[in-house]
Design a protein around this ligand. Structure first.
Ligand code: BGC
Length: 531
């Protein structure tokens, strides 16, 4: 789960108050959540490609990959337990996020961050000290619990101008940041995830060189560093005004806002916070609402977009790049280096999206990204078909290997400026207040479930589909690109209260939107000038 944190519309009100040290420390601590998530995402692939790790825990896989002549290259790493080490985290995160929302509601965001930090820490320790597969998996599950707590998914709407922010983490961070820098801070968080992946790639590259073969322990245990920062930080940080308000302590919330803004003049901002919190309380049945016919477009977007995002096949690369590179004959060091290269491309290309999404719109990024991913995947499939055939025997020349790496980088770049951030942004921005919590829950759960599925079955699919696997994902990319072309209208610069007009004008979705929803219905709760 990544992405999020993009200001949908400009024009936020500038309240008084600046970036106090509270805000800075908060952001640092909260960014740890993003880093940790990215780190855990990126670390397992490199570790599972390390010989000593395989020897210690998956001796069968280790023997299989040595036994070059007898085993199809495509099946070298085929093991359900090996993939469970990677994918189990997402199941745990899914389950934990339901508990996390209850804890947050009852005890506040600060408590959720503390629980998240401690879970990360326990997970890192168990993983670093693992002596059997059970410890590896339990450690990953604890990391998943950390993700569920630390990366709370929620939507905060600034009650000012049509400016709505999707936060796939620290709602905490957004609630603490003054509106004028909130967008930037959220983008910072989004970057933190891709940076976390890159750091993991770099760490694996370094630790694989440690003699004695225990480098993998260092890779897994290093997650403890940001986990400690997050846990300790969360003890010292105050709770957010929004969170205090949610629990009904109005005066306390106002005092906290004054404190974190560093000024007593917070009346206007506080009133807006208060209004938004009251409006949210009026929404009693988001789950019933979203099932109504008039929300069919939103329900479709919140389900299909995260599903499609995972079926771009991106996590094949994010989780298994080193394994994949080893499979196609790269040496151990070259495989880890190649993962570092894709990690750098991921970070840089995410920046492209950040700067272009509000300028050029979502559709163009979706469509361009889709076409680019499709071409790259087909070419990788063709290369592997030509070089390894169905039997999985063959080698790549230096030129071939460079070309495959180039194609994978071009594919990662296309994802990072399209489906990566937009897979979070678009479902969030189409959901009005009355369906927002349900829409977001559906979006995140669908994402987690299919992240788990792809993570779990990839190595086995590679073994059975062989080079065809790349055509399989290319097929999905083609379908999703056509889907975007026909079914996803441009949402750039459309305030939420005008989204219905956009759906109504759409050739397909129009029939679901009753006329009164466009002209101004009385039974619809409008989130007061929010988008
Ligand atoms: C996806 C993750 C993926 C990441 C890669 C996110 O948008 O949801 O599954 O690993 O991008 O940067």
């Amino acid at each position: 789960m990544a992405g999020g944190g993009v200001v949908v519309q400009g024009g936020a009100k500038n309240y008084e108050g600046g970036v106090t040290s509270f805000v800075l420390v908060t952001c640092l601590v909260a960014a740890m959540g993003g880093l940790l998530f990215g780190y855990d995402l990126g670390i397992s692939g490199g570790v599972t490609s390390m010989d000593q790790f395989l020897k210690d825990f998956f001796p069968k896989v280790y023997r299989k990959q040595l036994n070059k002549g007898h085993e199809s290259a495509y099946c070298k790493f085929d093991s359900q337990l090996l993939t469970l080490f990677t994918s189990s985290l997402y199941l745990a995160a899914l389950v934990a996020s339901f508990f996390a929302s209850v804890v947050t509601r009852m005890y506040g965001r600060k408590m959720s961050m503390t629980v998240g930090g401690i879970s990360f820490l326990i997970g890192a320790i168990i993983n670093g000290a693992a002596v059997n597969i059970a410890m590896l998996i339990i450690g990953r599950l604890m990391l998943g619990v950390g993700v569920g707590f630390a990366n709370q998914v929620k939507h905060i709407c600034t009650h000012e101008k049509p400016s709505c922010i999707l936060i796939v983490v620290p709602v905490y961070l957004s609630e603490m940041a003054p509106a004028k820098v909130r967008g930037a801070l959220n983008i910072g968080f989004q970057m933190a995830i891709t940076i976390g992946i890159l750091i993991a790639n770099l760490v694996n590259y370094g630790t694989a060189k440690i003699s004695g073969g225990w480098g993998w322990r260092v890779s897994l245990a290093l997650a403890a560093v940001p986990a400690i920062l997050m846990t300790v930080g969360s003890f010292f940080l105050p709770d957010t005004p929004n969170s205090i308000l949610e629990r009904g302590h109005v005066d306390e919330a106002k005092k906290m806002l004054q404190k974190i803004r560093g000024t007593p003049n917070v009346d206007e901002e506080f009133q807006d916070l208060y209004d938004a919190s009251e409006a949210a309380k009026q929404v009693h049945h988001p789950w019933t609402n979203i099932l109504r016919g008039r929300y069919r477009p939103q329900l479709t977007m919140c389900t299909l977009i995260p599903f499609f995002q995972q079926f771009t096949g991106i996590n094949v690369i994010m989780f298994y790049a080193p394994v994949l590179f080893k499979t196609i004959g790269f040496g151990a060091e070259a495989s880890l280096m190649s993962a570092v290269i894709t990690g750098v491309v991921n970070v840089v290309a995410t920046l492209v999206s950040v700067f272009s999404v509000d300028k050029f719109g979502r559709r163009i990024l979706f469509l361009e990204g889709g076409v680019q991913m499709f071409i790259c995947q087909c070419l990788v499939g063709i290369m592997l078909a030509l070089k390894f055939g169905l039997r999985g025997e063959g080698t790549l020349t230096k030129f071939d290997a460079d070309f495959v790496l180039f194609l994978i980088c071009a594919y990662v770049a296309a994802f990072a400026w399209s489906w990566g951030p937009l897979g979070w942004l678009v479902p969030s921005e189409v959901c009005a207040l009355e369906i927002r919590s349900a829409g977001q829950a559906i979006n995140v759960s669908t994402n987690m479930i299919f992240t788990f599925v792809v993570g779990q079955v990839f190595l086995s699919m590679l073994c059975h589909f062989k080079f065809g696997l790349f055509f399989f994902f290319a097929g999905f990319v083609a379908v999703m690109t056509v889907f975007v072309f026909y079914m996803v209208p441009e949402t750039r610069n459309v305030p939420i209260e005008e989204m219905n007009r956009m759906w109504k004008a759409h050739w397909f979705w129009g029939k679901y939107i009753p006329d009164e929803a466009v002209i101004g219905s009385s039974n619809e709760i409008q989130p007061n000038k929010t988008a």
